[in-house]
Ligand binder design. Sequence first.
Ligand code: GLN
Length: 192
Amino acid sequence: KPWIGVLALQGAFAEHESMLREMGADCREIRNKQDLTENMAGLILPGGESSVQGKLLRDTGLYDPLRRRIESGMPVLATCAGLILLAREISNDDRRGFSTLPVRVKRNAYGRQLGSFTALDDFAGEGLVAMRFIRAPYIESVLDDQVHILSRHEGKITGVQYRNQLALAFHPELGNDSRIHRRFLEMVRCAG
Ligand code: GLN
């Protein structure tokens, strides 16, 4: 039976798991290469600290096999630090994660004062969504015309989809609105 892998090296992975379980989806924590078995059908890259997660991805040897799976079309839902790990360019950091998503992001883009807030913005196809931002990045620009913009906050891009990659600046796993996870599970179902 296919299952969703939730990268569990650091950050807010438990909240994604509870949301997926509540929806009846099978999910497992990914902590090392041995966890990457055949029936993994999708991947969640949670929020947290992208620099720490990036280092741990390399230390554990998860970086290469996960990058290959993302590039070969496995659906990915990335939130906040996860978005930073997917981004091809980061305007205020020299480190790079998977670089599979053609966007340029800015880390900690909302500054210290406004580090955390909730915004009610439109999400393409879903209507208004209460979006929780925690020391969030935003997307400064998209680098490929196949990147679809799904949401904005005060003009700045906060959600995109590019092929199999759904990437958000905010945290859809907090609270009990499961529409975005539902959309992701639909991507997984279609890819399978
Ligand atoms: N500020 C974090 C970073 O730069 C992201 C914050 C988050 O994931 N909530 O990695």
